[in-house]
Design a protein around this ligand. Structure first.
Ligand code: GDP
Length: 296
C-alpha cells in the first residue's frame, strides 16, 4: 500500500503503547513522538504534526476524566480520529447532479497527471451510467490532445479538441458548448499546465474558467511533490476557485504526506486518488477508509 512505511510506523507505535504495562504520560508522549516522526518522514508539514499531537493529547486528557475508560482504546481512537481529521477538511466537495450538465475543470502543473486523470475521471463516471464528454483545452503541451484522444477512444468516451486552434479559451468554450447542447451530463475540461507556477498559467486558467463557467474546479497534484505541495496548492487556490483535489501517483510515492498536508492546509477535500497509469486506476477518496488502510 502507498505510504506503507508511514502506516507501519504508526501501527508499531500504537502496538508498543498497547504492550506497555502501564500507560502513563511518558508512554503516551513516546508514542506521539514516534507518530510525529513517521508523519514528518512522509513529508507531512511540521505545524500540522504539532497540531495533531496536541489534538490527540487534548482528546485523551478530556476523556480521561470519565471513569472506567480503557485508556489504550481511548488513545487508539484519538489517533485514528485525528489522522482522519488531517485528510478531511470537513466540508463536502461538489457532487455532480444527474440529468443536468456538470462542467468539471482540471487544473495543475504539467506532468502532474491532468490528462491521464481526465480520462480516468471520464471513465469512472461513464461506467456509472453518466453521459460523459472530454474537452482538451491543453494547447500548450504538444501531444496533449493526442494523449486525451487515445485514452478517450480506448474507453469510448466522446472527446473534443483541435489541432489548429491555438487559443485554449476558444477550444474550451467550443467543446463545452457542443457537449452542453447535446445534453451531456459530465463535461471534463483538461487545461494546460506549465512546468512551474507562472503568471501565464494562472491568467489562462482564469480565462478558461470565465469562458466555460465550471461547476467545480479540481486541482490535480502529484503525490511525489512532498513538502512543496502546500505552497503549490495555496498558489492555485489564490488564483482559481479550487473546489477539491485529486492526488495522483499515490501508488508510487512514500512522500504522499506532503500532498496530504497541502490538502489539510488549504481545506480542500480530496475527491479521488490516482493509483496507477491505467484508466481504471482512480479511486474515490474516503478519509476514514484511507486511514484504516494506511494502518493496515
Ligand atoms: P499532465 O501534463 O498533467 O497532463 O500529465 P500526464 O497526464 O501526461 O501524466 C504525466 C505522467 O504521469 C504520465 O506518464 C502518466 O502515465 C503518469 N501518471 C498519471 N497519473 C498517475 C498515477 O496515478 N500513477 C502513476 N504511477 N502514474 C501516473
Amino acid at each position: 500500500m502507498v505510504l506503507g512505511a508511514l502506516g507501519s510506523r504508526i501501527s508499531d507505535a500504537l502496538r508498543n503503547m498497547s504492550n506497555a504495562m502501564l500507560v502513563d504520560d511518558k508512554v503516551l508522549n513516546d508514542m506521539l513522538k514516534e507518530i510525529g516522526n513517521a508523519l514528518i518522514a512522509a513529508d507531512v508539514s511540521v505545524p500540522l504534526v504539532l497540531n495533531l499531537r496536541k489534538a490527540i493529547t487534548q482528546q485523551v486528557n478530556m476523556e480521561e476524566m470519565a471513569q472506567g475508560i480503557n485508556k489504550r482504546k481511548l488513545i487508539q481512537t484519538a489517533v485514528f480520529q485525528e489522522l482522519i481529521n488531517l485528510v478531511d477538511p470537513g466540508h463536502k466537495p461538489y457532487v455532480p447532479v444527474k440529468g443536468q450538465t456538470n462542467v468539471i475543470m482540471l487544473v495543475g502543473l504539467q506532468g502532474n497527471g491532468k490528462t491521464t486523470t481526465a480520462g480516468k475521471l471520464g471513465y469512472y463516471y461513464q461506467r456509472k451510467g453518466w453521459k460523459v464528454g472530454l474537452v482538451c483545452a491543453d494547447t500548450f503541451r504538444a501531444g496533449a490532445f493526442d494523449q486525451l484522444k487515445q485514452n478517450a477512444t480506448k474507453a469510448r468516451i466522446p472527446y473534443y479538441g483541435s489541432y489548429t486552434e491555438t487559443s485554449p479559451v476558444v477550444v474550451a468554450a467550443d467543446g463545452v458548448d457542443k457537449f452542453r447542447e447535446e445534453g451531456f451530463e459530465i463535461i471534463i475540461v483538461d487545461t494546460s499546465g506549465r512546468h512551474k507556477q507562472e503568471e501565464a498559467l494562472f491568467e489562462e486558467m482564469a480565462e478558461v474558467a470565465e469562458a466555460v463557467e465550471p461547476d467545480t474546479t479540481i486541482f490535480v497534484m502529484d503525490a511525489a511533490i512532498g513538502q512543496a505541495a502546500q505552497d503549490q496548492a495555496e498558489a492555485f487556490r489564490e488564483r482559481v476557485d479550487v473546489g477539491s483535489v485529486i492526488i495522483t501517483k499515490m501508488d508510487g510515492s512514500a512522500k504522499g504526506g506532503g500532498a496530504l498536508s497541502a490538502v489539510a492546509a488549504t481545506h480542500s477535500p480530496i475527491v479521488f486518488i490516482g493509483m496507477g497509469e491505467h484508466i481504471d486506476q482512480l479511486e474515490p477518496f474516503d478519509a476514514s477508509s484511507f486511514v484504516s488502510r494506511l494502518l493496515g
